[in-house]
Design a protein around this ligand. Structure first.
Ligand code: GYE
Length: 336
């Protein structure tokens, strides 16, 4: 345990100091990870990344809890880690708020918390956060659509958005970023509903959109690939064509392998990457804490914007020019 937190533990939690981590192999660091759930390909890649890095071979004892997208279960999982007196707690917060109380409990127990992926917006009682800028992703989707529509001579945008889970920072940021560009350009967002980051959710929302907005939309924005897979099934069933040869421009986020395959085939026009491989950076933070160093409060993952057509070289997002990558087999091969 690093010095700063050891000192807090002495001050705050004599009881926890006496506890012994369960099933810890001699010398292994015990890591509790409260994962969101198993809703998407992205999530599977995130879980695997943590399991690979925090393996017994690497000197860790990973206590993994799949919280099944239930915020209350996640808070209780964190309390369980405190009871076990784990060495570090990793949280991928299902919701952006509701954290200060349990993070105070972690602090009182002297257990450093590292947040990954989604942000915690109502407490700063954690050591580091490693993740993505979701608003930037939403802005990128908007900037790409603007440039693409111009290149194709499309003058009117009527968009339907399928959001991720309500209250998740990934949802909030992507929604805000895309809406900012939509508002600035006078686009119509016909509707924006929760598809819960799942294929089933995406399909259900799209089925209802196809009925309510028949013939009225030319853009669908899905806030992750799995929702896009469901939306494609719903559009197909309703006789709506999409992708580079269709009537509807389909935009997605995540850019996991299966998503990129649909970009390559032209079914998804553009896919904005969210990199799930945070675990090596989390390990770096833990190593720094073990060495008594102070890690960065925020670590941003590197990500790319993927497209099917080679008609735009780059887009400018928040003043920075970023290239667009045309998906090839080699890129798909190398993706998670
Ligand atoms: O986009 C989605 C997942 O929090 C960034 O959660 C993550 C999101 C990701 O279920 O696929």
């Amino acid at each position: 345990m690093n010095k700063k937190f050891a000192a807090m533990a002495v001050a705050g939690a004599a009881l926890c100091m006496a506890a012994i981590p369960v099933s810890a192999e001699e010398g292994n660091l015990v890591i509790g990870f409260a994962q969101v759930g198993h809703e998407s390909d992205w999530r599977t890649a995130s879980t695997k990344s943590c399991q690979d890095v925090f393996s017994a071979e690497n000197g860790y004892d990973l206590q993994f809890v799949d919280c099944d997208n239930d915020p209350q279960v996640q808070i209780e999982a964190v309390r369980g880690f405190i009871e076990q007196d784990v060495d570090y707690i990793i949280i991928d917060p299902i919701q952006a708020t509701g954290w200060d109380q349990v993070l105070t409990e972690c602090e009182d127990a002297g257990i450093p918390v590292i947040v990954i992926d989604r942000t915690i917006d109502d407490s700063d009682k954690y050591v580091s956060w490693v993740g993505s800028n979701f608003k930037t992703e939403g802005l990128a989707a908007g900037e790409w659509l603007k440039a693409y529509a111009e290149a194709k001579g499309i003058t009117e945008i009527n968009a339907l958005v399928i959001e991720g889970s309500t209250g998740a920072s990934a949802t909030l940021g992507r929604t805000e970023g895309f809406k900012e560009i939509a508002d600035a350009n006078g686009w119509t967002i016909l509707d924006s509903q929760n598809g819960d980051f799942t294929q089933v959710g995406g399909q259900e929302v799209m089925e209802s959109y196809c009925k309510s907005y028949e013939g009225q939309f030319n853009v669908v924005v899905c806030q992750n690939d799995n929702e896009a897979f469901g939306a494609m099934d719903a559009m197909k069933a309703a006789g709506v064509t999409y992708g580079v040869n269709g009537d509807v421009i389909l935009i997605s986020f995540d850019a996991c392998t299966a998503g990129l395959e649909f970009v390559k085939s032209g079914d998804i026009n553009a896919d904005f990457e969210c990199n799930p491989l945070a675990a090596p950076f989390v390990e770096e933070v833990i190593k720094q804490l073990e060495a008594g160093e102070e890690p960065a409060k925020e670590v941003y993952m590197e990500e790319h914007w993927f497209v099917n057509e080679d008609i735009l070289a780059s887009i400018t997002v928040e003043g920075a020019e970023q290239p667009l990558t045309v998906v090839t087999d080699e890129i798909i091969e190398a993706q998670y």
